[in-house]
Design a protein around this ligand. Structure first.
Ligand SMILES: Cc1ncc(COP(=O)(O)O)c(C=O)c1O
Length: 335
């Protein structure tokens, strides 16, 4: 059988390093904390998305497509990563962003423009409206002679998730070199593709670490259903040998706070603390929430002294910059 994990366009700098966070482990006073630096995958600092897009871009090329269309919020890391990948591969890109364009583009939105992507804005809509707009753009682009490939939200389908199945294979080799297997692997969970890939990879490569996702937006039940659906799709499409019972994971949804992209003083304080202690930059929407959740769950005893926890840094640093005013003025955390 063809090894589907090789059906990728190599874009990311892999393997990403695993580092011990000595000072943060000491601060939390619980398990030893390690970090997998997927914020260093490259291609415009595109974090976890590059692993997924390596497979989506391959599928697009295989089908002869020359235009990537996808959607997200105005500050979507995924949209910006798709724009970066399209630029790198000489493909066209069209983003459908949820919201009204601000007068001055910030963070990821600004980078979308740097990568010379086309952007359509749909204000205050639901996912189904964005998807409808994607279909409309796909149709009009065909009339202009393009062959579009539609990348789903977060590249979180079976194809994109292959990126994190491959990441498990990569980590298993690193764990073997390091001489230990972490008890837990922790990640921020948004559209769920990272979790689907990690969990399918765990089952496929017989990894003992427990996988826990900190939801940044959705309730546990709906995210759980989405992730299991994608794992089933991975099994049907690529890896029938995956035994679903072994594809075990946990979702914690207690740290979503006021909602997706919403943060608060406590989370921002921790983001600043981590930067000051470890020179690791987290963002308020994804990695900051997951790290905050980890710190609280250590206090509760979910993750204990004597255990080893690997925190997957999924990137997203540009999401920090739109909060600089809040950090400086409202919370007086800086300056
Ligand atoms: C920085 C960052 N971390 C984590 C995630 C969550 O990954 P997933 O959508 O695969 O759950 C995202 C998704 O957009 C992200 O941009």
């Amino acid at each position: 059988m063809v090894n589907v994990l090789e059906n990728r366009i190599q874009l990311a700098n892999l393997p990403t390093p695993i580092q011990k966070l000595e000072r943060l482990s000491e601060l939390f006073g619980g398990p030893e904390i390690y970090i997998k630096r997927d914020d260093l995958t490259g291609i415009g600092f595109s974090g976890n998305k590059i692993r997924k897009l390596e497979y989506c871009a391959y599928a697009a090329r295989e089908r002869g497509c020359d235009l990537l269309i996808t959607c997200g919020g105005i500050q979507s890391n995924h949209a910006r990563a798709t724009a970066a990948v399209a630029a790198k591969l000489g493909m066209k890109c069209h983003l459908v962003l949820n919201g009204n364009p601000p007068e001055i583009a910030e963070g990821n939105h600004f980078l979308d423009m740097m990568f010379e992507t086309d952007i359509s804005y749909v204000s205050n809509c639901e996912l189904k409206d964005l998807e409808k707009e994607i279909l409309r753009i796909a149709e009009t682009s065909k009339n202009k002679g393009y062959k579009p490939y539609m990348v789903p939200l977060g590249a979180s389908d079976a194809t994109g998730s292959l990126g994190y199945i491959r990441a498990v294979k990569e980590m298993k080799k690193q764990f073997s070199d390091m001489g230990f297997i972490p008890d837990h692997i922790i990640s921020a969970a948004g559209s769920g593709g990272t979790m689907s890939g990690l969990t399918a990879g765990k089952a496929l490569f017989d990894l003992s670490s427990k996988i826990t996702g900190f939801s940044v937006a959705f309730e546990r039940v709906s995210l759980d259903t989405k992730i299991k659906g994608v794992i089933r799709e991975i099994q049907e499409k690529y890896f029938p040998e995956i035994i679903l019972d072994l594809a075990d994971f946990d979702i914690i949804d207690s740290y979503v706070g006021e909602g997706y992209t919403k943060t608060d003083l406590k989370q921002l304080e921790l983001i600043k603390k981590v930067a000051g202690l470890e020179a690791i930059l987290l963002d308020p929407t994804y990695t900051g929430k997951a790290m905050f959740g980890l710190s609280r769950e250590i206090e509760k005893g979910t993750f204990r002294k004597g255990e080893k926890v690997l925190f997957l840094h999924t990137g997203g640093v540009f999401g920090l910059f739109p909060y600089r005013e809040m950090l400086q003025k409202e919370y007086k955390l800086i300056g």
